[in-house]
Design a protein around this ligand. Sequence first.
Ligand SMILES: Cc1cc2nc3c(=O)[nH]c(=O)nc-3n(C[C@H](O)[C@H](O)[C@H](O)COP(=O)(O)O)c2cc1C
Length: 301
Amino acid sequence: MSLSVTLGKITLPNPILTASGTFGYAREAAKLLDLSRLGGIVPKTITVEPRAGNKPPRTTEVTAGLLNAIGLDNDGLDDFIAHKLPYLRSIGRPIIVSVAAKKMDDCRIFAERFNVESGVTAIELNVSCPNVSGGVDFGIDPILCEKITSEMRRRLTIPFSVKLSPNVTKISDIAKAAEAGGADMISAVNTCYGLAVDWRRRRARLGNGCGGFSGPAIKPIALRCVWQIAQAVKIPIIGIGGISNVDDVMDFLVAGASAVQVGTANFFNPKVTTEILDELPIVMEQAGISDLSEIIGTLEL
Ligand SMILES: Cc1cc2nc3c(=O)[nH]c(=O)nc-3n(C[C@H](O)[C@H](O)[C@H](O)COP(=O)(O)O)c2cc1C
């Protein structure tokens, strides 16, 4: 039985990755689970320059999920390469570095560094963060999305994925734009734009006002997005949104994802990824599947 999955030019030992922003830079989770079992790790998004992020509170629990407005708090590209990448590399599993560009030229800066750094399997270009000013511009306009994807393609020699926002009218148009721009993969989806209110104080619960909604409640939205994208593009898809158990994973694979990322579930069950990995071969055997490629994209409506 093979758990490995191939996404274009990259092969992952299994389809279970951790989602950006929900797993720190992996070191934080090292005492909680065996990192060397993961199919891959997507660390917190980095930007070229350090960012302080949004004012607190930055997260608030809501019914069936989490609302966050972290605002891409990170220490920047130089710090990532000097202090976070060496540890990530030492895990010996695929590392997909998440980056966000403020302007086109940031693609050149990221590419110049990651084209020469060893131990980075791929880049995930986050064009979908709802919590920063201008953060989703590249992800909601197909023309801008194709432009930034082409710029990344022109500069970067390793494979890259474009991470899309569900907060658009027609996600398949944005996915097609990323494919036309030369993306190797699509990651779908980021958080759903939301608001939590404390009516007694007449205030938003998050310091930033609105934020990104994640967790089990968004799974149907994310699945619909993955399925629509799968109908529209030929490049592989990494499914994200509300995944917390092995059946969720299988649902995403059937809908057209070749791998998945687990996000918010890491917060309420830090061992969720390895528990899913324990169960995956059992579920495959029950279903008579020896290779996951047999079920990817097999959904019939
Ligand atoms: C606290 C928090 C921080 C996040 N930070 C990032 C980030 O830096 N970059 C990114 O691409 N997505 C970020 N996300 C989005 C997740 O990677 C994921 O796309 C989203 O939460 C949906 O998956 P889930 O429902 O499994 O959490 C963040 C999500 C949460 C909850």
